[in-house]
Design a protein around this ligand. Structure first.
Ligand code: SOE
Length: 370
């Protein structure tokens, strides 16, 4: 008797993909790891879809989105440029299919709100890959803070630094507002930082002010209208204050998302470039905690797929996110799954950052959803 290895116990989920670049590669790997059928891919042209399907090992290529949506995919992963997300996600939901849409969910708050409302009305799973929530040591930090281990939160010192846009000749579709949207650095990675800060602390940012900087007015011979770097001041629910620096021009920093949180009793620091560790800072002594499922806080061990000392990384976090999204499709309610509601929050913060920078003032960012 043969065993259907693709049966995840909740029926075999059939996954579809829009786009064929790096993120489609990451998403399709995660879908395969979750036991799904990597069934169909569409791209900007039929030729590109056929090539990407071959490269990514997707079963079939669809000529276009309509052909993909007329098929039997249960869920569609949207891995296309930011400006296409609102239209594509809206069409996927209208076709009655679950959706995972790359961040930013939309380039305007209004579009993000409409998508979240459509997903709720349709009763469909609609997730956004704020995947850094899925590093086991992020969950460890969140559990320890929720248990009161660091005491009342006093200050935060956080950042997200990259250098892939350091040189004037570095160019990307995100750098043009038409494809990327009115914000680049904050919408692209500041959104991850703020999502993780609120997720780990369990507190919302209530007010912020910001300065943005655009170093080069042109890239690739085209005018650039969005920002390379953002410096934020934030105030959280408990009264905690802090600074967040977001830059894609920080030489030597590749994907340096860091949270350092200072409590009345102790501090805790997570560095995405060293995801197996958590720094616990104390007045008398400090230590580096290593990921170990045997000693993980309650509810955290499930994010460890290999024993202590066998390093997990970004793709493992992505795999855990997609597995949770698929579990939600099967009717489960996974703790900490980022949904379109979190996509709306990111859009709200993005518009506030641009407004604060333009007006040189503090902006209230009380969340629209709990
Ligand atoms: C580029 O800045 C990028 O790929 C982001 O788009 C991702 O969301 C982030 O996880 C890594 O860097």
């Amino acid at each position: 008797m043969t065993t259907d290895v693709t049966d995840t116990g909740v029926g075999t989920i059939r996954s579809g993909f829009l786009g064929g670049g790096f993120m489609a590669q990451v998403h399709s790997r995660a879908a395969r790891a979750a036991g799904a059928r990597v069934a169909v891919l569409a791209s900007s042209t039929a030729e590109r879809a056929a090539r990407a399907a071959r490269e990514l090992g997707v079963e079939t290529a669809a000529a276009d989105l309509d052909e993909l949506l007329s098929g039997d995919a249960d869920i569609v992963h949207i891995c296309t440029p930011n400006s296409t997300h609102a239209d594509l996600a809206g069409r996927v939901l209208a076709a009655g299919k679950h959706v995972i849409c790359e961040k930013p969910l939309a380039t305007t708050l209004a579009d993000a709100r409409a998508l979240a409302a459509a997903a709720t009305a349709a009763g469909l799973v609609a997730a956004v890959p704020f995947v850094y929530r899925y590093h086991p040591m992020v969950r460890e930090a969140r559990a320890r803070i929720a248990a009161g281990e660091i005491g009342a939160l006093l200050t935060v010192d956080c950042g997200y630094l990259q250098d892939w846009m350091l040189l004037p000749e570095d160019d990307d579709w995100r750098a043009t507002s038409a494809e990327g949207g009115p914000s680049r650095a904050f919408a692209d990675i500041g959104s991850h930082l703020c999502d993780l800060l609120e997720f780990v602390t369990g507190e919302r940012i209530l007010r912020l002010t910001a300065r943005t900087r655009r170093v080069y007015e042109e890239r690739g011979g085209r005018a650039v209208a969005n920002e390379d770097a953002v410096s934020l001041l934030v105030e959280l629910e408990s009264g905690a204050i802090g600074t967040l620096l977001v830059s894609q021009m920080a030489a030597g920093r590749k994907n340096a998302l860091t949270l350092e949180l200072h409590g009345a009793h102790s501090s805790i620091r997570f560095d995405q470039e060293r995801p197996e560790e958590l720094w616990i800072g104390g007045r008398e002594s400090s230590r580096q905690l290593l990921r170990d499922p045997a000693t993980a806080a309650p509810g955290v061990a499930r994010f460890s797929r290999v024993p202590v000392g066998h390093a997990q990384g970004y793709q493992d976090a992505f795999n855990a996110f997609v597995a949770d999204a698929y579990a939600a499709v099967a009717g489960e309610v996974p703790d900490g799954l980022p949904t379109f509601v979190d996509g709306v929050r990111a859009a709200q913060l993005t518009e506030a950052v641009l407004q604060a920078a333009a007006d040189e003032r503090w902006i209230d960012v009380t969340p629209e959803h709990g």
